[in-house]
Design a protein around this ligand. Sequence first.
Ligand code: XMP
Length: 523
Amino acid sequence: KILILDFGSQYTQLIARRVRETNVYCELHPWDMTAEEIRAFNPSGIILSGGPNSVYEEETPKAPQVVFELGVPVFGICYGMQTMAAQLGGKVESGKVREFGYAEIRAQGHSKLFDGIQDKTNAQGHGLLDVWMSHGDKVTALPPGFSVIASNEATPFAAMADESRRFYAVQFHPEVTHTHQGKAILARFVHDICGCAKDWNMPDYIAEAVEKIRAQVGSEEVILGLSGGVDSSVAAALIHRAIGDQLTCVFVDNGLLRLNEGAQVMETFANHLHMKVIHVDASGEFMKHLAGVTDPEQKRKIIGREFVEVFQRESAKLKQAKWLAQGTIYPDVIESAGSKTKKAHTIKSHHNVGGLPESMHLKLLEPLRELFKDEVRELGIALGLPADMIYRHPFPGPGLGVRILGEVKHEYAELLRRADAIFIEELRNTRDASGKTWYELTSQAFTVFLPVKSVGVMGDGRTYEWVVSLRAVQTQDFMTAHWAHLPYELLGKVSNRIINEVRGINRVVYDISGKPPATIEWE
Ligand code: XMP
């Protein structure tokens, strides 16, 4: 297995995902992991990530010395290369200009890292690679024992190696897809240089996870809060595969779910997968507590608190339960290098179904803790969950509670559910020129209920009814997002259908705000 030390680059998680795509297990840890922890991890190779610092500033992050003393291969990327160079006796200087974007570099000499990997060859027979650069500083003198293995004009030391110690480093980013051969280079490092076997794959993972769950749980009973989202669904299916009816799922209908969502969850889990699922209709209770509340953060708190209440009450009925299962995934548990220094400012308190209190006295079972989202999806498909559920857009924990602006009422939720179902249906049914549906082409799409009435005309009559807004965004990480340029025909059809089919709504608008400055949800 590979250890990745994180120096705070925005791309660090991508390195881990690329390594895992080569069927090798890896973990991400902050750069200041202790020597003891590193030895205990017993890596076959170590990757040093990029990061925002300059090695010549005071107090900059450094790789623990043990990294260079274990006798395992080390691969430095960007800042990882710079700190490797500085720590091993080379020199790093601030570049006059930042190099950002595509660059072509030329491989030179022979190196185990690049041999046979190239985009094309020049007249002299040197391999040329298209790579993605993003750096200000660069290495200007190699440490003893190293030689240059790739360069170009802007970056004479674009890559370096000490083959005898198996230390390699590149100034560019092999983990981003803009570096065409990036995955081949990472695969070369982990397979050929570190000698890792390709033993990280889904069928083996399922078999191992099943064994592990059985060993952990024994004959005890487990409860799980099923939301219908990807993570809790996959966790439920995996645990059920391991321990069958020792698992009971609790599905809480808070009255803020999408159209037919409860029925679909029961159909998939209870009827199709034959799992024990308790369907709790708590919508009345949620609505009662939300009555009169208009502040978004207040609404989130109430919905979160109510969920815990209902879940605890239901689980108290399961006297045998000793375990609480949760769909925590790897990005939720990674302690990032960045989070140590700055604490992100709370814009919205993202209540997640996760935060159940310790007072429940249950042991935690989190079988997805090692997996990235795309691996969770792959696992879900392998476990036989429907693709529609696995590739569904994210849905916030507070559900329609934050999509009904201001006070939440049952009547509003009913209208919104129907309008939203029409929008999603049309997105799923309309394709662009490439043949993809607009549902696939957008990252998140939904309808927002605006508690304002406007005047309309229908037939001979005047109407005075509610307004909804459609929202559809495209994003990689949900931190920034563009509004989707949906075709006018599609928007027109959705608008017509909603106004004709959902009595009570007479106006549909489209939200054309990006994030920032707007957020994806309206509350
Ligand atoms: P914003 O609105 O902050 O949304 O741009 C970014 C992503 O987070 C989701 N979101 C939430 N998810 N509980 C959740 O579980 C919440 O309270 C919450 N608020 C926003 C939002 O749907 C989007 O995917």
